[in-house]
Design a protein around this ligand. Sequence first.
Ligand code: MF3
Ligand code: CO
Length: 267
Amino acid sequence: MSLYKSNEDVELQRESCLMVSKTITEVAKVMKPGITTLSLDVMAEAFIRDNGGLPSCKGYHGFPYSLCISINEQVVHGFPGQYELKDGDLVTIDTVVYKNGFHGDHAYTFIIGETSPEVLDFVRITKESLYVGIQQATTSNRVGDIGYAIEQYTNGQHGYGVVREMVGHGVGKEMHEDPNVPNYGRRGTGKKLQENMVLAIEPMITMGGCDIYTLDDGWTVATEDDSLAAHFEHNVCIKKGSAEILSDFSIIEAAEKANINLNSSYY
Ligand code: MF3
Ligand code: CO
């Protein structure tokens, strides 16, 4: 699969990415204590299909749902179900939409209601690390520069765990394309970044150790030490030498502020 896309392809993919942002926004509008994660999945799937998209996760290697919903110590690939959200939960929504021949893929961690200052800091720093990584996605750099920056910021400066088994990736006609984009690395190593490359950059960070395991459902990945995990993911295209973000967190953040985190000092 080609690493570099035509301008036309990037414009088509931008639409898929925006659909993901809009889907997560719809979910953010209704998230509240007491709501089941399955009801969020049902709503999101209807929204994606109503808008001419397909939920790429559903059926992907047998994954049964449209959203991955990972709660608290769960890192990625959690199953929606009868679990009811409660005050203080960390809820990561990760989803992929296929539209116009391209996938958009992103993830966002919400805090339901109130939590401790330590957890607020943890989620904020994980989110900031995404932008720290994105800043390194330039044509003067290599893939290793992205991971190096994310690891330095989260682990080096703040002592958080960086999940190593799962990584960011190229994204386009396939959900996962070359190159892999780890959240760790060495400066100046790995594939050279070039114009019109589209990357999914996605730090998966824990408040404790970096070890993970997969639950008996065969999908849900959780921290070995039960520490909390957070995960933010954007799709970026390298344009005029630096990263342009194809997804749009501003609409998600507006819904988050209005609905979920009214009283928090997170922002
Ligand atoms: N965005 C996730 C990933 O890249 C979700 C993939 S869909 C799933 O792994 F089916 F694997 F959950
Ligand atoms: Co991804």
